[in-house]
Design a protein around this ligand. Structure first.
Ligand SMILES: [Mg+2]
Length: 309
């Protein structure tokens, strides 16, 4: 494990470094508080740090405070090293965010076991972060297609709408629904249906910009949220989505299956306030019209004083 030593005294620094190397640590050395801060701010900063209290530039306690207020994650385990050994010094150090405190001259074995405790904390935190990421992925994504799930795509739409309102920008929404999807399931089975849904997601993702969002809204229904995209561009994209699904049969284990999709497009008009329900209903209505007008096509919503045209 990598460890940072920040110590301005050359003799102590070398002594400390020699011990840590002997114990198998990968040591990063800083001679001033500023050098230490530069190391701690790096993306792959050491997760363990031994900071001398008295140093030129930023001192150890100030450094502790900076780490705790400016670096949220991942956690840096900090041991303060100092000649100050009064109770109030200990309190000051711990209040600044240090995890542990060792007085100089340090006892090698004591430092060694305290570092072991620090390592255990870091490892536990890594496990927690990993578990949280898995849960977050599960809570926000559709497991079959890997797209955003229903709740998350609506949350994204809501946040994009308030952002667009602040910045005076457009947001477009496309609702898309595979045509006669029930037939795929009935004729080829549910495995084939799942394969079609996965391929649909992949094809749609290949058409959008990397700051657009696609969610699986329901069974075979998808919602696309396009920040900063006006009606004309959204219409063009919807046509492309229609083409990328219907233009070529889907190659699934069961054989080649022709699939088409219907899409409804809506865009906010600048300077007006929208809630998600209004936009979703409007896009849904356009989608319904696309189905009525023969499927495998795009219909666009034109607002007429907030009455759908
Ligand atoms: Mg010093």
């Amino acid at each position: 494990m990598r460890i940072l030593i920040a110590e301005d005294d050359a003799v102590s620094r070398r002594l400390l470094e020699a011990k840590l190397v002997k114990w198998g640590y990968d040591v990063v050395v800083a001679r001033t508080g500023d050098e230490a801060w530069a190391e701690l701010r790096k993306e792959d900063a050491p997760r363990l740090a031994i900071l001398d209290w008295m140093m030129p530039g930023i001192d150890g306690v100030t450094l502790c405070r900076k780490v705790r207020t400016e670096i949220w994650e991942p956690y840096t385990y900090i041991i303060l090293l100092t000649a100050l050994c009064r109770d109030e010094d200990l309190v000051t150090g711990m209040d600044a965010g240090a995890d542990d405190y060792i007085t100089k001259p340090f006892k090698a074995n004591e430092l060694r076991v305290r570092l072991r405790a620090g390592r255990r904390i870091i490892e536990l935190q890594n496990e927690l972060i990993e578990a949280r990421e898995v849960l977050r992925e599960q809570a926000t994504h559709d497991p079959l297609t890997g797209l955003w799930n229903h709740g998350e795509i609506l949350r994204i739409l809501r946040s994009q709408l308030s952002r667009a309102e602040r910045e005076g920008a457009d947001v477009s929404v496309i609702m898309a629904d595979l045509d006669h999807f029930k037939n795929v399931n009935d004729i080829h089975g549910h495995m084939a249906g799942d394969a079609v849904l996965r391929l649909t997601a992949r094809r749609m993702l290949s058409q959008v910009r990397n700051y657009d969002y696609i969610g699986r809204y329901g069974g075979e229904e998808f919602m696309v949220v396009l920040p900063g995209c006006d009606l004309e561009k959204a219409g063009v994209l919807a046509e492309r989505l229609c083409q990328c699904i219907g233009g070529e049969s889907m190659d699934i284990p069961d054989g080649m299956v022709p699939v088409t999709i219907s899409l409804g497009v809506v865009t906010t008009s600048k300077g007006k306030k929208y809630d998600t329900d209004t936009l979703v209903q409007a896009a849904d209505l356009a989608l319904y019209r696309a189905k009525e007008n023969g499927r495998n096509r795009v219909e666009i919503v034109i607002w007429k004083d907030r009455v759908l045209g």
